[in-house]
Design a protein around this ligand. Structure first.
Ligand code: SF4
Length: 347
């Protein structure tokens, strides 16, 4: 098996809470608390969960926007979480990001030509002005914008076009991995679909690995290969898309999926409304972190944290979940079957 483009091992990011005149640490926000996954060349892994679950913090940690508390981030076999900034620079080129808000992430005082030329120059990817100009033109072609639009300013474009410029800027660095942090969340439905299609085409053409961070499972269902579900700083389930959407093996995933519209007229999924709010990441619940909201919680859940481990899946391999239900006999496990299989017909 080839080396994954990205490996994240037991990643932790605990933000200190400081108080008082001397700013002493009074506690921690356990934003990310032991997250592991990998992404292969040409693969999309979606990281999903409610707002505040830690998924964007994972993306920022991978990008080394801050130091992590513990764990490892490995890019193409090289550990980057403890790399000094001088050595890190060429590795930074290989992982780029597309943010949610294309307007605020593009410098309004730079024309598109300069926005795209900047990473090419910074990373020394063109030997002269002619090659630079050719690369900028090629990027416009890749994101399906007219070449003559390079002289325009960001405010002269629509939201979808600005996101294409954001993608072109990410591609300008010739990366192996692109982190899309809610990259289509702010767009209209039809524009969302166009940007998702563009990302898929670019992935096929360039073999890009994509970490797609999103709360929108309907979009995720269309574009991902695998899904990792996060709850309160931890991954609770990882599976290939078809397995996860057909037969979720964690009660939290089951509840998230119940809110995704079924694309067949007349078809309906029973909506599971979770009780209560997401607990504070400052003081996460003992045992299973989901037990305060889980409709199936039993005594063991309140005292013992379930590990992420392989679970039986009729559709194939590679399905892991962190839930004690899978230690029960199948007839007592509400997630043992494939209750969502009907959805597969539309995948
Ligand atoms: Fe629910 Fe218990 Fe499974 Fe946690 S371990 S998800 S509380 S059934």
């Amino acid at each position: 098996m080839s080396t994954p483009v990205l490996q994240v091992n037991d990643l932790k990011k605990h933000f200190p809470i400081r108080a008082g005149f001397f700013g002493g640490t009074t506690g921690y926000v356990y934003a990310v608390d032991g997250v592991s996954f990998d992404i292969a060349k040409g693969e999309t892994l979606s990281l999903v969960g409610e707002s505040g679950c830690g998924k964007s913090t994972v993306g920022k940690a991978v990008l080394r926007l801050f130091d992590i508390t513990d764990g490892q981030v490995i890019l193409d076999g090289q550990r980057i979480d403890d790399m000094p900034s001088g050595t890190l620079r060429p590795m930074r080129r290989r992982m780029q990001v597309v943010f949610q808000d294309p307007f605020s992430s593009l410098n309004p005082r730079m024309r598109v030509r300069d926005i795209l030329a900047e990473p090419i120059r910074n990373f020394g990817l063109a030997k002269d002005a002619a090659e630079l100009e050719a690369k900028v033109a090629g990027l416009m072609d890749k994101v399906r914008l007219p070449r003559d639009a390079v002289g325009r300013w960001p405010h002269e474009f629509s939201g979808g076009q600005r996101q294409r410029i954001g993608i072109a800027r990410a591609l300008a660095a010739e990366p192996d991995l692109i982190i899309c942090d809610e990259a289509v969340s702010a767009l209209d439905v039809s524009v969302k679909a166009q940007i998702v299609n563009l990302l898929q085409d670019l992935q096929r053409e360039l073999g890009l690995a994509l970490l797609f961070i999103s709360h929108d499972l309907a979009i995720v269902e269309h574009m991902t290969h695998r899904v990792a579900v996060m709850y309160l700083g931890k991954i609770v389930e990882v599976a290939p898309k078809r397995s996860l959407f057909a037969a979720p093996k964690h009660p939290y995933t089951e509840a998230l999926l119940s809110a995704v519209p079924v694309p067949e007229p007349g078809a309906a999924r029973e909506r599971i409304i979770l009780k209560g709010d997401v607990p504070s990441p400052i003081n996460p619940p003992k045992g299973c972190r989901f037990h305060t909201r889980c409709p199936y919680a039993f005594d063991r859940c309140r005292v013992e944290e379930p590990p992420l481990r392989p679970v039986a899946d009729a559709l194939g391999e590679g399905h892991v979940a962190a839930c004690h239900l899978h230690d029960l006999p199948a007839e007592q496990n509400p997630l043992a079957g494939s209750k969502g299989a009907a959805i597969l017909a539309h995948a």
